[in-house]
Design a protein around this ligand. Structure first.
Ligand code: FO1
Length: 314
């Protein structure tokens, strides 16, 4: 089928790699990236939107290639001064990165929506495809942990380096938050949807939990393919495998596919997962080399995903 409009759902670093590859293969008007907002938080009076910034910096070739977040070559003089005042400064805000938070916070204070702010910032730094927060309302990933009880996402992920044992995850605000008109429009226009290789519980589910997105996607008569973030029982990066164990899931691509259920009708596992072949109730499981270290890898994977979508009968 002719693939004219692709929508990709992403969270942080893993999803950003796929979005980068797709942005180099598709024309700008063909690609819409819908981003998780449940990592967002208030910090020293600034609204920080880490996943939006990770996607924006990655697509603009601004991102720090080592961390996958923050701005390449950024300095941390502001943090040094905070520490001089006795602050712990556990969240590494770069000095150039600070401009993003200052401007976004000011525009929010003036009443602008996160969607229009994101579009303005992205266009200003040369990004031509569309980046959309899944909602303009606040949603927060909350983790119930054994050691510290209730933790907000960045406290869990950064301050405690995702080491606390997770008992339960919830998405505060998701049941009242609404999909933006721009997201509804992108889904109506979509010829296919790809769930990036992001953490299902920390990046994709907080997107799916907004409004009635899960049911909405389940009824779309188009390919809806998820990429595995788990290879041979390991997460490529971050706490996905650890969280799966702690929540009692089998740590496998199959368990991820089952978690997505009817919201998908296709799945891409990694070709290394030979022991974990499985089938879907609907659609097909494909195998690719899904590891994306270099920009060339990201472009290769994007091209292979598109070939699956265009060639696929699913
Ligand atoms: N992740 C860290 O592990 N340590 C940090 O100090 C850190 C700072 C940071 C600053 C701005 C930003 O946009 C992202 C930042 N991240 C940091 C990543 C952030 O925690 C993301 O939420 C994760 O990448 C998960 O998506």
């Amino acid at each position: 089928m002719a693939l004219n409009k692709l929508v990709v759902l992403v969270g942080g670093v893993g999803g950003a790699k796929l979005a980068y590859g797709l942005s180099r293969v598709l024309a700008p008007e063909q690609l819409t990236v819908i981003v998780n907002v449940a990592d967002d938080f208030w910090h020293y009076g600034l609204r920080i939107c880490p996943d939006l910034d990770t996607i924006m910096y990655t697509l603009a070739d601004w991102v720090d290639p080592v961390n996958g977040w923050g701005i390449h070559g950024d300095t941390t003089e502001m943090l040094t001064t905070l520490r001089a005042y006795g602050e712990v400064a556990w969240f590494r805000l770069g000095d150039r990165d600070l401009a993003t938070h200052l401007l976004r916070t000011e525009l929010l204070r003036q009443g602008e929506r996160l969607t229009t702010i994101t579009g303005r910032l992205a266009r200003a730094i040369g990004i031509q495809c569309t980046i959309l927060p899944v909602t303009d309302q606040p949603v927060s990933t909350i983790l119930e942990t054994v050691e510290y009880g209730r933790l907000e996402f960045q406290e869990y992920f950064v301050k405690h380096r995702w080491q606390p044992e997770v008992r339960q995850i919830s998405y505060q605000g998701a049941n009242t938050a609404q999909l933006s008109d721009e997201v509804h429009h992108a889904l109506r226009q979509a010829d296919a949807i790809v769930f990036g290789p992001s953490n299902p519980w920390l990046s994709i589910e907080p997107i799916l939990s907004v409004g009635n997105l899960r049911e909405h996607l389940s009824q779309l008569p188009i390919p809806r393919i998820a990429m595995t973030p788990i290879i041979e029982g390991q997460a490529v990066k971050g706490p996905a495998a650890k969280i799966m164990r702690e929540l009692g899931y089998e740590v496998s691509a199959r368990a991820v596919a089952e978690f997505y259920g009817t919201t998908i009708n296709g799945f891409i596992r990694d070709q290394r997962d030979t022991a974990f072949t499985f089938s879907l109730s609907e659609g097909r499981v494909s195998a690719l080399d899904t590891l994306m270290h270099t920009n060339e890898d990201k472009i290769r994977v994007a091209q292979q995903v598109l070939a699956l979508l265009e060639g696929g009968d699913g």
